[in-house]
Design a binder for this molecule. Sequence first.
Ligand SMILES: Cc1ncc(COP(=O)(O)O)c(C=O)c1O
Length: 416
Amino acid sequence: MLPVNPPARLLMGPGPIDADPRVLRALSTPLVGQYDPWMTSTMNDTQTLYRQVFGTANVATALVDGTSRAGIEAVLVSLLAPGDRVLVPVFGRFGHLLAEIAGRAGAEVHTIETAWGQVFPTSAIEDAILATRPKVLAVVQGDTSTTMNQPLDELGAICERHGVLLYTDATASIGGNPLEVDAWGIDAVSVGLQKCLGGPSGSAPVTLSPRATAVLDGRRSVEAGIREPGDEVLDEPIRSNYLDLAMILDYWGPRRLNHHTEAASMLYAAHECARILLEEGRDAVVARHELAGRAMLTGVQELGLQVFGDVAHKMHNVVAVRIPDVVDGDAVRGAMLADHGIEIGTSFGPLRGRVWRIGTMGYNARKDAVVTTLSALEQVLRRGGFPVPQGGGVDAALDAYAAAAAAAPASSAVVA
Ligand SMILES: Cc1ncc(COP(=O)(O)O)c(C=O)c1O
């Protein structure tokens, strides 16, 4: 058997994207035991970094070891006891996922749905809260399946008014779009590294407000073998041991109660992802994604392609392009990969084979990556017999970058 030797790829799909080389270097640094003082202090530093990434003062900020789905499941199974009501507004595949996970946790799940390609007016969500009186409102921020970005900024105040906890899955949107955990009054957030944070999948940063932490405190049940006199034991503990956030937070907190063996390499990766983002600055990172996304959007439009969904509510970092009827979408994706080493995606369910999803995320939210992708797409479409204006996509993208450079102060980082 030969050693793993991956081909050179430019990952321009809906995620994962190429990890930042700094993150790859962090991943290859030596392992250290999880109770080594260096490690516990690095865990504390990682919590500090993610508080800044999330825009929160939440003490309960930590990493769940696992992909983003593990973060979602940890939040939902820990906040929701069997029979608790949860409301899930569904506007794509990942809303269905939240409902599915909440259902498996034994919650009474209520959903409202809107067409794929749309988001909900805030008033529709408030109406549904009044109709269902849930304990938790669980809503995806950016649903990668449709590229839509649900506005969340008013939901925290609404939830607080009605005594509801607000949880959001911001896996696809964090970094590329504004997310203000404390200012927007969000009680729980889970994310992953593999989109705009520029890392691999396998670590799920989470944060919980004091209101959400109070729910966990009421559900804490310390497992036998590490339990000490006076520790809580419940007849009905949180229904997952691995994803029990009360126990995970006791492991990250001052008690350092043993839980799992920390995935040290992923901790290093998460730490570096946060450092990279904060060095550039949260607003600058969002602005870079906005520009790359706008350049890609105008680029595909100038190639004569139609964009799917409500563009005004699109995430900055991914665009869904309608596959023209006369074009074989899978053949185009195949040629992009085989001839240009570029990966783009399709979508799921009703959009499978109907759209290509092209991402401009994290390390790949760069001018050269946008231009290379548009140039390859133009060539593949022309070779496949679809008429495209020569250089149109690349020119439009370069024009977007030139206009941003002309408008920005000389010191701005938004131009490259
Ligand atoms: C919005 C959203 N939530 C959750 C997930 C699941 O993430 P993971 O595959 O890391 O478990 C994804 C993955 O694409 C996503 O886009």
